[in-house]
Design a protein around this ligand. Structure first.
Ligand code: NAI
Ligand code: MG
Length: 516
């Protein structure tokens, strides 16, 4: 509703760009969308130093939904300074219990604003609103609740030491866990709020301060999360949010000499750029990168229909825009035709539509760039001789929609088999036995996740043992939990997110040794 007072230029802009596509968005999300989208630095919302902004699009239509401040190197520098000040200032003065309570409250406020956050996420990213409501937003809240508890449990050890070169002398040694300092965090667009939570939660609970750079495609929920964090009582400067592009804002953060760690989720290609940028001051680096995760179905699987549904969900969940997507489907020869036909049937039945439309099962890809990237992969697969059992054709004229696609008759050297597509595209291949399929499964530069579908317990454990991947799901896929570590072998990354493993990567261990 328009107010009676004269609207500011930014309010007018927001009303203009909001008019068309937002009929299904509730009042709270509308209100957020109508406000200017600024940078959060030192507890204040401010414009970028350059005054520049960039547009954010609804991927279902290509229409502009918001205009967001475009931070660059000078803004990153201001944010790092604010984070440094807060690190030795108010944040370090709080007790672990006080810190934990604020983090818990962030989780509570996420739940209190669930509908608004889900609507913003669906609109910005294109994912079905129902999914954002049951998965993205509650999981983000759960991450903060889980991490809040760790603030009071970051214990060291007491260590009995011998010191053989000082006979007769006595010492007492213990370790303690110190925060790293200022951490830079760069996140992608596939689960915008959840990826922010995965990064922010462990950094806060261990006492660090943060400069977060959301993906340029999907900055909205991170900005709303910034408001929530302030409302929860997070002191100014503890969480700074600089929206902007990868090469400029992200690049400046990765290279900044006063940043102690950079945590990145995104493409393997940019992961390597981050590593090089971090070399200047040897800041710590953790990376959660791409994948080409296998889903393996053995013929002894007890519930074939569940395996078919599971294999379909493994690739089609979030439109295949999951680093852990089961994008290589291996099925034991005797049941290959049946299982693959079942997955293709499910692919054909998926209802495409705008994320915010009710009944939508799969939305558009996040951006025009991703639409072309995935469409090119599909075209390349067809040209190389693969058969599209489902999909493989363009959809409509508007929006970035891609048909769920199932390829058979592939060869291991094909680009669609080797490279991460990050769209709803699966390649299916038959296998003879455990030994052969484990060679297929591990025959990749990636090692993020995997799933094994079998009723043979020993076989499941044997396969889990051989698998070179950070996660092995057995008779399930895409199961995530704040308490379960997630991350990659090989070129899928360095380090782990979630669980207590994540805390190790946000702390330094200090050994203290006292002569008695
Ligand atoms: P990207 O790796 O370019 O972007 C991810 C994040 O990194 C964004 O916040 C971006 O602004 C930032 N970034 C980009 N270039 C940077 C640089 N030079 N320095 C610092 N930060 C930089 O990923 P993009 O282009 O959005 O997607 C390309 C492919 O990457 C996808 O098709 C997919 O294969 C993969 N990807 C993997 C993700 C995962 O969860 N592992 C998430 C997103 C993309
Ligand atoms: Mg990129």
């Amino acid at each position: 509703m328009r107010s009676l007072k004269t609207p500011s230029p930014s309010e007018i802009m927001a009303t203009l760009v909001l008019e068309a596509p937002l009929t299904k968005i509730g009042a709270a999300a509308r209100k957020f969308l109508s406000k200017p989208k600024q940078l959060l630095i030192d507890g204040k919302w401010i414009n970028a130093c350059s005054g520049k902004t960039f547009h954010v699009f609804d991927p279902a239509t290509g229409d502009t939904i918001a205009s967001v401040a475009e931070g660059e190197a000078t803004d990153i520098d201001l944010a790092v300074k604010a984070a440094r000040k807060a690190f030795s200032g108010p944040w370090s003065k709080l007790t672990p219990s006080e810190r934990g309570k604020i983090i818990w409250k962030i989780g509570d406020l996420i739940l209190a604003n669930l509908d608004e956050l889900a609507e913003l996420e669906s609109l910005d990213n294109g994912k079905p609103l129902a999914i954002a409501r049951v998965a993205d937003v509650p999981l983000a809240a759960d991450l903060f609740h889980y991490m809040a508890g760790w603030a009071t449990k970051l214990e060291g050890h007491t260590i009995p030491i011998s010191v053989p070169y000082a006979p007769g002398a006595k010492f007492f040694a213990y370790t303690k866990r110190d925060p790293l300092g200022v951490v830079g965090q760069i996140i992608p667009w596939n689960f915008p709020l959840l990826m922010a939570a995965w990064k922010i939660g462990p950094a806060l609970t261990t006492g660090n301060t943060i400069v977060l750079k959301p993906a340029e495609q999907t900055p909205l929920t991170a900005l709303r999360l910034g408001e929530i964090a302030l409302e929860a009582g997070l002191p100014p400067g503890v969480l700074n949010i600089v929206t902007g592009y990868g090469e400029t804002a992200g690049g400046a953060l990765a290279a900044h000499d006063d940043v102690d760690k950079i945590a990145f989720t995104g493409s393997t290609e940019v992961g390597k750029i981050i590593v090089r940028a971090a070399a200047g001051n040897l800041k710590k680096v953790t990376l959660e990168l791409g994948g080409k995760s296998p889903a393996i179905v053995f013929k002894d699987v007890h519930d074939k229909q569940a395996a078919i549904q599971g294999a379909a969900n493994a690739i089609f969940f979030n439109h295949g825009q999951c680093c852990a997507a089961g994008s290589r489907l291996y099925v034991e020869k005797a049941i290959f035709d049946e299982v693959v036909a079942g997955v293709a049937e499910r692919a054909n039945a998926i209802k495409l539509g705008a994320g915010v439309d009710s009944g939508t099962e799969m939305g558009p890809l996040v951006s025009e760039e991703q639409f072309h990237r995935v469409s090119d992969f599909i075209a390349e697969g067809l040209k190389a001789g693969a058969t599209a059992l489902a999909g493989g054709k363009p959809v409509g004229e508007k929006g970035y929609f891609v048909q769920p696609t199932v390829f058979t008759n592939t060869r291991p050297d094909m680009k669609i088999v080797r490279e991460e597509i990050f769209g709803p595209v699966v390649v299916a291949e038959p296998f003879e036995d455990l030994e052969q399929v484990m060679k297929f499964a591990n025959g990749t530069d990636f090692g993020l996740a995997s799933s094994i579908w079998t009723s043979d317990l020993s076989k499941a454990h044997r396969a889990a043992e051989i698998m070179r991947a950070g996660t092995v799901w057995i008779n399930c896929h895409n199961i995530f939990d704040a308490a379960m570590p997630f991350g990659g072998y090989k070129q899928s990354g360095w380090g782990r997110e979630m669980g207590h493993e994540a805390l190790e990567l946000y702390t330094e261990t200090k050994a203290v040794c006292i002569a008695l």
